[in-house]
Ligand binder design. Structure first.
Ligand code: ANZ
Ligand code: ZN
Length: 822
């Protein structure tokens, strides 16, 4: 058998060149085949390049794309660059080069790495979000949103990162810290462009049901959208200044607890506070408002947070009981949620309970349950938040709380003091960034005409070159300093006007990029109707779980908007989603096994592994390392096992050339069908790691003792086709070596005969002291131990044993069992 060294690098290079020359990876719009769109989330061109954790997702995407191609589809599997935004900009600043040059350099490096994967990318469709011909359409979408009132400008306190020196969306604030740099986020009052994503909250939630996505991601989105059904009840506040009455609404999910409201709380920013506050308390109230402004919403509503607040000297009347209760302000009530005011029910809401305990306010139980936690004297030791029986609730006393919710709400409605409502946690999207490296927002501010959209014919508004692109920190983008760019004529009246200097957030370009791959060179439309019909929506989307909320929610929102204006004929962008797990490795910094990252000192560079073992070995190991959706620990030596396997495959094909049989033996035939079944079914479930082991078993079988003369060319070819999505270079090479003239990817995916994949069974005779007493049917090759146990359990054998002791059991596999008794 041939054992000479195999030059895997030469094989990689040969086939990558061949594929490029023959156009094997080009996707044809006019192909008569059914279309399939397989997309992997595009990378942002970071300065550090791809490590093996990044590499993995592109391998997974490519395996899927090649599988679909072999199944007879015309496959679109494109690649591009998420090139605008903070990461690229910060990286460039750190290295002291212009973001454009830095991005360009990084793109070249990562493209080189991606090419080594040997993936099925059609580079003719490459896009980059920082290319003016691309962002022309990002700006176009913004203009459509502006015309429809979805994009609007508002002055409001926003999340401000003091380190990145710019505003952040709510989704970019994780536990009070900046998602990018980890700095503590503060508030800053700024005039901001906003996108009215809240208008889509209901649809974004409801349509999750239509998607073939991991449940985990759907749940994360549903929680983020946060639908709450409840009631609004109208209380009346009496001003402590002049006794005037001010009606206001509170939002509650528990109208059944209305009789337990012992005080009300306004968000400190609530405009009514100043109108009803007692004059002698103004100073204290102002100081508290100032203090509340500093904290983020996440902090303010955090569990276990110390409760603070101020009684403002005014009172309010309960709409049902007519009771007069004190009015407080506290930062645990948010201005941006519900109505910005609550009725506090300390007995049944934990935050109210803590607040009431802190400020010695009455706690009145109105829902009774034996499950409530109580101290020795029978008082509640924490809020009882479950269901129960209504008590001390006027006419409603005695009702189960579930029914009480309905009845109290009905009563409020009939008296015109309330209504049922739905509220969402989702907030409008802060869409302005005070940074340089982003899409300019296509708006002009005119002293006469106000906010004027840039006419579509003037798109793109090209990002000018600047000398200083560092953030200014004043709340203005560095673009504000480029006067000859900022100063323009108003498109409406022709008078001097100024451009908007804020740019779009890093997420903007990725909200719709999947559309552009279908029609990347169209200069007249964002994407043509034909291209949409051919390719979209995306059939399979592969990427990281870290995008569960941000990117995936924003892209769904943009798609729904584009659907509403008739630009696309579907309202969900990604029919099926697969999230890959992370690659972990021991960190040189912490000594713990952690997510692979440059900062942890635990990255493995794929380039060196490709050079040493060849691309296919790394591809295979990326799949073999663990279940694709789970986090897996990288093993530096693990690649050697799959590398040995690939050499074995090559030597097997080589060695079998001269001994091929006209027909495979029944054994080989059966194993080939079983392998086909396993690979197909596991592929469909994305269980890549178990496919690699199935292939290894197959090769062990066909090269095992007594094998070699019973293999047909057909069985061998089936194996090569099954191998090809995983190790495309070697599969092509061996396909050629074995005399095929076309590419292995012109083949069709093998089918299997389910009958042949069933494990055959044998009948064994069971003897007792040499006399046949019973029979046993078991799968071929059942172990001795199992057969022994089954034989002893047999009823007829048992009746023979009948209390006597068993001296020994002789098992002749696939033939008989002899039970020897005294
Ligand atoms: C009275 C009550 C009694 C409440 C009770 C709960 C239990 P979710 O489910 O998260 O939507 N709330 C309303 N608006 C608020 C705001 N702007 N800031 C902070 N809290 C607010 O929560 C809805 C509940 O959160 C509402 O129902 C209200 O407290 C509070 F036994 O009203 B509840
Ligand atoms: Zn004007």
């Amino acid at each position: 058998m041939a054992q000479e060294t195999i030059d895997f690098s030469a094989i990689d290079k040969k086939w990558q060149k061949r594929w490029a020359e023959s156009g094997a990876h080009e996707t044809h719009d006019d192909s008569p085949k059914p279309k399939y769109y397989c997309l992997v989330m595009f990378p942002y061109p970071s300065g550090t390049g791809l490590h093996v954790g990044h590499w993995r997702v592109y391998v997974q995407g490519d395996v899927w794309a090649r599988y679909k191609k072999l199944q007879g589809y015309e496959v679109l599997h494109p690649m591009g660059w998420d090139a605008f935004g903070l990461p690229a900009e910060n990286d460039a600043i750190k290295k002291g080069i212009h973001p454009k040059a830095g991005t360009q350099r990084n793109v070249e490096n990562i493209k080189r790495q991606l090419c080594e994967i040997g993936a099925l990318y059609d580079w003719r469709r490459e896009i980059s979000t920082c290319d003016p011909e691309y962002y022309r359409w990002t700006q176009w979408i913004f203009l459509q949103m502006f015309h429809k009132g979805i994009a609007y400008k508002a002055k409001m306190p926003i999340n401000w990162c003091p380190s990145c020196l710019c505003g952040l969306a709510n989704e970019e604030v994780i536990a009070g810290a900046c998602d990018r740099c980890g700095a503590q986020v503060t508030k800053k009052e700024l005039s901001q462009w906003m996108l009215r994503i809240t208008e889509y909250a209901g649809r974004l939630l409801a349509d999750l049901d239509t998607l073939e996505w991991p449940e985990k991601v759907k749940t994360m989105q549903a929680n983020w959208i946060g639908r709450s059904e409840g009631a609004e009840a109208t209380f009346v506040a009496i001003s402590a200044q002049d006794g005037r009455e001010f009606p206001f609404d509170v939002f509650t999910t528990r109208p059944d607890t209305l009789f337990g409201a012992t005080y009300v709380v306004f968000a400190p920013e609530h405009p009514m506070v100043k109108q009803i506050c007692a004059p002698d308390r103004i100073e204290k109230v102002d100081a508290y408002i100032e203090r509340a402004r500093q904290a983020s919403d996440v902090d303010r509503t955090a569990e276990k947070r110390e409760k603070t607040g101020v009684f403002i000297g005014a009172h309010a009347i309960n709409p049902v009981s007519g009771e007069r209760v004190p009015v407080w302000i506290s930062d645990y009530v948010l201005m941006g949620y519900g109505t910005g005011a609550i009725m506090a029910v300390p007995a049944h809401d934990q935050r109210d309970f803590e607040f009431a305990t802190e400020f010695k306010l009455p706690i009145r139980e109105v829902i009774h349950s034996d499950d409530a936690a109580r101290d020795d004297s029978g008082n509640l030791s924490e809020a009882y938040i479950g269901e129960g029986k209504m008590i001390e609730s006027g006419d409603f006393t005695g009702l189960p709380s579930e029914e009480g919710k309905k009845r109290v709400t009905e009563s409020l409605v009939s008296q015109n003091k309330g209504k049922t409502t739905v509220h969402y946690k989702l907030r409008d999207w802060i869409f302005s960034r005070q940074r340089y490296w982003g899409e300019p927002i296509p708006i002009i501010h005119c002293g006469e005409c106000g906010t004027v959209p840039v006419p579509e014919k003037d798109l793109p508004v090209v990002l000018p070159d600047v000398e200083r692109y560092q953030p200014t920190g004043t709340g203005e983008s560095p673009l504000a300093a480029i006067t000859d760019w900022v100063n323009v004529q108003c498109p409406k009246c022709g008078k001097p006007a100024k451009r908007e200097t804020d740019t779009m957030p890093q997420w903007a370009g990725s909200c719709w990029y999947f559309l552009r791959y279908a029609d990347p060179e169209n200069r007249n439309e964002i994407v043509s109707p034909d291209a949409l019909k051919n390719w979209l929506p995306v059939d399979m989307y592969v990427g990281g779980i870290e995008h569960a909320i941000l990117h995936l929610l924003y892209a769904r929102f943009f798609t729904k908007f584009l659907y509403d204006i008739g630009a696309v004929p579907f309202d969900e962008p990604f029919s099926r989603l697969f999230n890959q797990g992370m690659i972990l490795r021991t960190s040189e910094v912490t000594g713990r096994v952690e997510k692979m990252a440059k900062s942890k000192g635990n990255v493995v560079n794929p380039d060196a592994l490709v050079a040493k073992y060849g691309t296919d070995s790394l591809r295979l190991y990326e799949l073999f390392v663990g279940p694709p959706e789970a986090d897996s620990e990288w093993n530096d030596r693990g690649i050697e096992g799959v590398h040995r396997f690939l050499r074995k495959v090559r030597n097997w094909v080589d060695g079998a050339k001269d001994t091929l049989a006209a027909q495979s033996s029944d054994d080989v035939e059966r194993q080939t069908h079983i392998l086909t079944k396993n690979v197909t079914e596991r592929l469909n479930d994305f269980r890549f790691n178990t496919i690699v082991s199935a292939m290894m078993e197959y090769i062990n079988f066909v090269t095992g003792p007594g094998k070699g003369q019973d293999l047909s060319a057909g069985s061998r070819d089936t194996f090569l086709v099954l191998l090809s999505p995983f190790a495309p270079h070697l599969a092509e090479e061996l396909w050629e070596v074995t005399g095929h003239t076309a590419s292995v990817f012109e083949e069709s995916w093998p089918e299997f005969d389910p009958e042949l994949t069933k494990t055959p069974e044998v009948e064994l005779a069971i003897q007792v002291n040499g006399k046949v007493r019973s029979r046993l049917t078991v799968p071929v090759d059942t172990s001795r131990e199992e057969i022994e146990a089954l034989a002893l359990a047999d009823a007829k054998v048992q009746s023979q044993i009948n209390g006597k002791s068993v001296k020994k059991v002789i098992v002749v596999p696939n033939k008989l069992v002899n039970v020897v008794i005294q």
